[in-house]
Design a protein around this ligand. Structure first.
Ligand SMILES: *Cc1c(COP(=O)(O)O)cnc(C)c1O
Ligand SMILES: [Zn+2]
Length: 482
């Protein structure tokens, strides 16, 4: 096995509808089931063929590929056979996504929480969120379609809580050619950085008053009636790409997931779907022999999945969308997650393999999310608000007796801290609008301090200004002369 050759294996992919079970060939872009409107998963009919290679052999292959110099194998397609093994090397789009680090928490943070935690920093993806994983796969597939059909123009459209559009616009701007990107955002409900990203990539940016769920309805109407390629997470190719998070996590821990708990924020529920799907594939191939435990986390301001699983008796569970209220975990502020049927599908399989506590959903408050994000970042992490939500979830799980300090809690910082500094600023400046219900711990407030006046700058000679400024700093810090 030469780790530097692009794989020759090809699967036979089909969409299958979680609503009515109907199957469709994967050589066309379907978004939802034309028959019943249900969501799809993509299924490789020749997956069983992969079982002819032992788990040990697969581990060797993936480990060898980790050193590949071949661009198409450097990102999420290191795990080509498990994701979308219908693409050719020339279709693979690589912008440096995937292979994000797992950073163990400092002893001080672990002592403060009573937990053992680590962050997988998915904010270290090219557009600074995990959405790049799915887009790399989605755009690679789209590129294969453009090539095969000879299309001369295709419009990609997505609704977004900010990061999907940043990722879609970035990948579209790289692929270019026939592809034009349009993103639809809830006006005023994405951060300044998230708005700047698609603008910078040259996408057409359209704003709609309301929240994400309002944008989603508009986009679905467009998809149902016009020729556009939808890139929301109903697009099953994105789910495939996001499975790479699970593959990487397993590889990071040398394929041993015993005693690991994986915390994932749930918004539209695509990410947690993909992560469960990925681990199940590894288990089926014998690449891992134990599933980690999965904990979904939701804010009390947007918690439909939590509410569903809070009912203990599966026969009595009923899914009801909720009306969201403002959440600092803005990227997960979704009341009617489109991937909910997928979560149910994989959660069942997870529980069947790993037992009743293999999949759980935790609810946290806005206050806990903010306090946890600030705490994580004051201890060397680069967590976004959703990353704070994961730490809050782990703390809550400990409180509920669902995890023990012997286990390692792996927290998903789904985006980079910098995308969500607006919330950090509100915390430090104590300017949260009342509806968030966040009261900052003002002892943690951190503001810049001006140590010399502009008048001094204008009045003094450069040498005097330097000395006056230095003196002011000496006084402020109480420095002693050496
Ligand atoms: C999209 C997003 C989420 C929510 O993920 P889903 O797949 O919609 O559940 C969480 N955090 C960040 C930063 C995101 O961009
Ligand atoms: Zn259907």
């Amino acid at each position: 096995m030469n780790a530097d050759l692009f794989p020759t294996y090809r699967g036979r992919m089909e969409y299958f509808c979680l609503g009515c079970g109907k199957r469709y060939p994967a050589d066309e872009l379907y978004y939802t089931c034309p028959r019943c409107g249900g969501v799809f998963l993509l299924d490789n009919l020749d997956f069983a063929e992969l079982k002819k290679t032992s788990g040990k052999e697969w581990r060797k292959i993936f480990d060898a590929r980790a050193a590949s110099k071949r661009t198409a194998l450097r990102g999420v397609f290191r795990f080509y056979e498990l994701m979308a093994p219908v693409l050719d090397e020339e279709d693979v789009v690589y912008l440096g996504e995937g292979n994000t680090p797992v950073v163990e928490s400092s002893p001080a943070l672990n002592a403060a929480t009573g937990l053992r935690t680590a962050y997988k920093n998915d904010g270290q993806n090219p557009s600074a969120s995990f959405k790049d994983r799915g887009m790399a796969c989605g755009f690679s597939y789209l590129r294969s379609l453009v090539r095969k059909h000879g299309w001369d123009s295709i419009l990609t459209v997505c609704a977004s809580t900010g990061d999907t559009s940043a990722a879609a616009a970035l990948y579209a701007s790289y692929v270019g050619g026939a592809i034009t990107s349009v993103v639809i955002l809830p006006q005023g409900k994405v951060t300044a950085a998230q708005l700047a990203q698609p603008l910078g990539s040259g996408a057409v940016v359209l704003e709609v008053p309301g929240v994400f769920d309002d944008c989603m309805k508009v986009v679905e109407h467009l998809a149902d009636n016009y020729r556009v390629a939808l890139l929301n997470s109903k697009n099953a190719w994105r789910i495939l790409g996001q499975e790479s998070y699970a593959f990487e996590l397993a590889q990071w821990f040398d394929w041993d997931l015993r005693g690991k708990c994986v915390f994932v924020p749930i918004g539209n529920a695509g990410n947690i779907t993909a992560i469960m799907a990925g681990f199940l594939k590894l288990l089926e191939l014998g690449v891992i022999d134990t599933l980690p435990r999965i904990f979904g986390v939701q804010s009390h301001h947007a918690d439909p999945v939590y509410r569903y699983y809070a009912v203990d008796d599966p026969a009595k569970r009923q899914f009801t969308p909720v009306t969201v209220t403002p959440s600092v975990a803005q990227a997960a502020m979704i009341g009617n997650p489109v991937s909910f049927p997928r979560v149910r599908h994989f959660a069942e399989k997870f529980e069947a393999s790993g037992g009743k506590d293999a999949f759980q959903v935790i609810q946290v408050t806005e206050q806990q999310i903010m306090d946890s994000m600030i705490q994580a970042n004051r201890n060397g992490h680069i967590a976004c608000t959703q990353g704070g939500e994961c730490l809050a979830g782990a703390k809550r799980a400990l409180e509920l007796g669902l995890v023990s300090p012997d286990e390692l809690c792996i927290l998903d910082s789904t985006a980079h801290q910098l995308k969500f500094v607006d919330f950090q600023n509100m915390y430090f400046e104590n300017t949260f609008p009342a509806e968030f219900g966040v009261t900052p711990d003002t002892t943690l407030s951190n503001r810049p301090a001006l140590v010399a006046s502009p008048e001094d700058k204008a009045r003094l000679s450069p040498e005097d200004f330097t000395r006056t400024t230095a003196d002011a700093i000496v006084k402020r810090l109480g420095l002693e002369k050496k």
